[in-house]
Design a protein around this ligand. Sequence first.
Ligand code: URA
Length: 209
Amino acid sequence: MGKVHVLDHPLIQHKLTFIRDVSTGTKEFRELVDEVATLMAFEITRHLQLQEVTVETPVGPAKSHTLAGKKLGIVPILRAGLGMSDGILKLIPAAKVGHVGLYRDPETLKPVEYYVKLPSDVAEREFIVVDPMLATGGSAVEAITSLKKRGATNIKLMCLIAAPEGVEIVQEAHPDIDIYLASLDEKLNEKGYIVPGLGDAGDRLFGTK
Ligand code: URA
């Protein structure tokens, strides 16, 4: 079973408080989500492999390290996931960005894929799927399924806030996936919002309602 990692770094937790705050406006909300995505990416990439290289310093040769192994791919789930991808790219500018767009079928209430664009070398990349809110889990399950169908074998899911219901659905559907969160909240309410959550992440990021 994939693990759930709640990233309890003090800076992540501090910034998350202001992200949650209903009085935080769009500009500040977007900046904070971006910053937290950077901090979370720092934690998530601890396992990346290194290779030894020699670099010439002004004083002489130094044995040092650069990243080796699998290249990274970031896959924001449209639209709210877009708010987190630039924050990750600040740390990993060489990562490729794929996109998955899903809408909810009004009759079945199930997510339906309407757009997928991924890097061509899917099988060689390690992917981080990003969406600020892991609520019912439907979109995350569908996005991960979509990546796997196209050959991805190494996927992580990164969200700001999750409901236990959503975590369970992802774990059932994709037991190989580790989930990284800034907070595991209490529950979903009858409208599908995470409680206490932060409201509608897409609306707060883009100033829509
Ligand atoms: N999506 C959101 O943006 N917020 C929630 O609380 C649940 C789903």
